[in-house]
Design a binder for this molecule. Structure first.
Ligand SMILES: [Zn+2]
Length: 156
């Protein structure tokens, strides 16, 4: 089988897949408030073969991104709470805040990284990579909604 990411011929891989379709917007009125409902119609399944190495690399990459973003978001949230009202932090307090954010980042890193071993999580990550590879081509064809197999929304 040929890997859709690195184009290598190998049997060391799995078939992943995702649903794609297009969303339809509808404006409804509820309690005098206009709400916009979007839903996806005409979903098709696209199956994609990916080698284990490409899926591993993708999971590692996502783990790093989540760790870095998680660290800064956590840092920002805690700092905006503790410095609210103009409180200044001591060096010790700043260190604790930094440490908490760091721990959150590390937890996120290993939580995502466990997808390399956890079969269900690995399947989801492979599906995400499959979407990433095919998204721009499908968007050019007019499709605008993409779902991994386990998150397929209710079909209308
Ligand atoms: Zn590959």
């Amino acid at each position: 089988m040929k890997c859709a990411k690195c184009s290598e011929e190998t049997n060391e891989g799995s078939t992943y897949g995702f649903y794609y379709g297009y969303s339809k917007g509808e404006i409804k009125s509820r309690n005098h408030k206009l709400i916009t409902a979007f839903y996806s119609v005409s979903q098709d399944l696209r199956e994609v073969f990916l080698c284990h190495r490409c899926v591993d690399q993708f999971i590692e990459h996502r783990a790093r991104i989540f760790a870095i973003v998680g660290f800064f978001v956590m840092l920002f949230i805690i700092l905006s709470f503790v410095t609210y009202g103009g409180n200044n932090l001591s060096v010790l307090e700043a260190g604790i805040v930094f440490l908490i954010a760091l721990i959150v980042g590390v937890i996120l890193f290993f939580a995502i990284l466990s997808g390399k071993k956890e079969p269900k999580q690995r399947e989801d990550e492979g599906d995400r990579l499959a979407i990433k590879i095919h998204k721009s081509e499908l968007m050019r064809q007019g499709f605008d909604s993409f779902f991994i197999r386990s998150e397929r929304p209710y079909k209308f």
